[in-house]
Design a binder for this molecule. Sequence first.
Ligand code: AMP
Length: 219
Amino acid sequence: MKNIIFIAPPAAGKGTQSAILEKKYHLPHISTGNILREESQKDTELGRYIAEVLSNGDLVKDDITYTLLKSRLSEDDCKNGYILDGFPRNIEQAYKYDEILKELNQELGYVIKLDIPLETLEKRITGRRICPDCKTVYNLNSETEKPTQESICDKCGGRLYQRNDDNITSFKNRYELYIEKTKPLLDYYDKKGILYVIDGNDSVEEVSKKIDSVLKKGM
Ligand code: AMP
């Protein structure tokens, strides 16, 4: 299976769709946000630096992100393909990613962009709740995606939490960064003929079907 990169604004559903693909195709879901969040929990200078950047909604320094990402992509479970979510986020990271791929003897694969209107994203950001144990993502602002009890995971009973960058101020910063930085990135992948744009303003199931049809085309 080829690698898959998701490019989309915050709360567009990259994580949810990646989890579906992970199960269906047995590919690991590599999220630079998750890798950095994990690192930010550590009581080290690096951990504290990352925690501060994350809570402001800014980007972590490139050399730190590259080192963590390359180390994760070098693990055995990535050899037969993976789903990359949150990287690259700008054209410099795309060039660096080309180098990492060369070193790891991997190919780009598919680049899938999810398009979603700003109002939908704002609703998703403020309503997003995550289970720390099984990682299921819920949305309190959606009838079909909210948990039965407001703070309890339906699947495993875990206590749901809200990411501390899931607030409107941090979101606005993250969204503006996304709009400014992804345009050249999309042009870069479009020229290579590997960019697929999907309307993500739909139910989880419908978006998943659209992604599947893209993957089938390229198989
Ligand atoms: P995400 O989970 O993808 O929304 O990412 C959460 C946060 O992690 C971002 O707002 C950034 O602070 C940081 N982050 C994730 N991916 C990257 C990246 N490729 N480069 C720099 N910072 C990143």
